[in-house]
Write a protein that binds this ligand. Structure first.
Ligand code: ASP
Length: 328
């Protein structure tokens, strides 16, 4: 079989992290450069022709919108070329789900784009990066992987960008969950299902020429919560606020009137939930229709923030934005 031509965009993370000794739990993310990282798995050269570039060298806790825009621009440009069959993005696991979801809505190609990371640094005795990297290259090389949207490859699983969530702080199986659409075994990717929401080639969000995204903040809900973070976003002229509410996106009485006022000022307010699973339903305990709030449906607060930023590049109409939350 002809070898796939794969381009790697390296951003750092634990997969490129190193420690003083193989037993250290303390390590620094993003230390290995692209070549050193690829050299940890010489076997991948048998699978694909691989080239690439270092986009940044960060722990993904420092990921931001400007790097997302650069990645989207690079991936779209590279995938237009017949010489590129797919993209691998090496990334820290902390915000991998956000980068994957942003790219899923801003890359307009059906060629495979896979993010990969590791939970254990490259110099530790049981580093998981090499196997994850190998599996990601297998997945990208497999023609079955086309048209499935952006995926993350971790711990043998292939997880779609909308469902992928880092669920555990340190466990290797941190990305286990509902989002697994397939897995890699040996030299092949096996898929269980197709995703049903809109992404990549059918997404209407185009980042060409965009250098700044609308400002959207997240306010966390808890018993007795303070109104200060919400007020600060309003005073700083944010375009949108996502409330990581309690339960089905419920909002504390100290925040509720502020949210109603914010909507009157033209700020889009999205209700999401701090619960780790389950949808935040439209017109559930809160009458969204009455207050013109948007319900995040199946998106957690951090992904709701991304969709709201993208939505605000097109419209400020809350009904249209609610429609986006149903579709993407
Ligand atoms: N803090 C690291 C990062 O997200 C953790 C990891 O890669 O697993 O870059």
């Amino acid at each position: 079989m002809k070898k796939a031509k794969i381009y790697v965009l390296a951003t750092g993370g634990t997969i490129a992290g190193t420690a003083e000794s193989s037993l250290d739990t303390a390590y620094s993310a993003g230390k290995l450069g692209l070549e050193e990282l690829l050299d940890t798995v010489p076997e991948i050269k048998q699978l694909a022709d691989i080239t690439g570039e270092q986009v940044c060298s960060i722990g993904s806790q420092d990921m931001d919108e400007h790097i997302w825009l650069r990645l989207a621009e690079r991936v779209n440009t590279l995938l237009k070329n017949d010489d590129c069959d797919g993209i691998l993005i090496t990334h820290g696991t902390d915000t991998m789900e956000e980068t994957a979801y942003f790219l899923n809505l801003t890359i307009h190609s059906d060629k495979p784009v896979v993010l990969v990371g590791a939970m254990i640094s490259s110099s530790a005795i049981s580093a998981d990066g090499p196997a994850n990297l190998y599996n990601a290259i297998v997945a990208i090389s497999d023609p079955e992987s086309r048209g499935r949207g952006v995926m993350c490859c971790m711990n043998t699983k292939l997880i779609d960008a909308k469902d992928v969530i880092k669920r555990h702080t340190t466990d290797l199986a941190t990305f286990e969950g509902d989002g697994c659409i397939g897995y890699v075994y040996g030299d092949k990717a096996y898929y269980n299902r197709k995703v049903t929401y809109t992404h990549t080639t059918l997404s209407e969000f185009d980042m060409t020429g965009v250098t700044e995204l609308p400002k959207v903040g997240i306010v966390y809900g808890y018993a007795g919560c303070s109104p200060l973070p919400f007020e600060s976003f309003v005073n700083a002229n944010y375009d949108g606020i996502v409330i990581a509410g309690v339960g089905d996106g419920n909002i504390h009485k100290k925040i509720f009137p502020l949210a109603i006022d914010a909507v009157k000022k033209g700020i889009i307010v999205v209700r999401s939930s701090r619960c780790s699973t389950g949808p935040t339903c439209l017109n559930g305990e809160i009458d969204d229709e009455k207050y013109h709030f948007v319900a995040s449906q199946n998106l957690n607060p951090q992904k709701a923030r991304i969709l709201l930023m993208l939505a605000l590049t097109k419209t400020h109409d809350w009904r249209q934005i609610q429609h986006y939350f149903m579709e993407y």
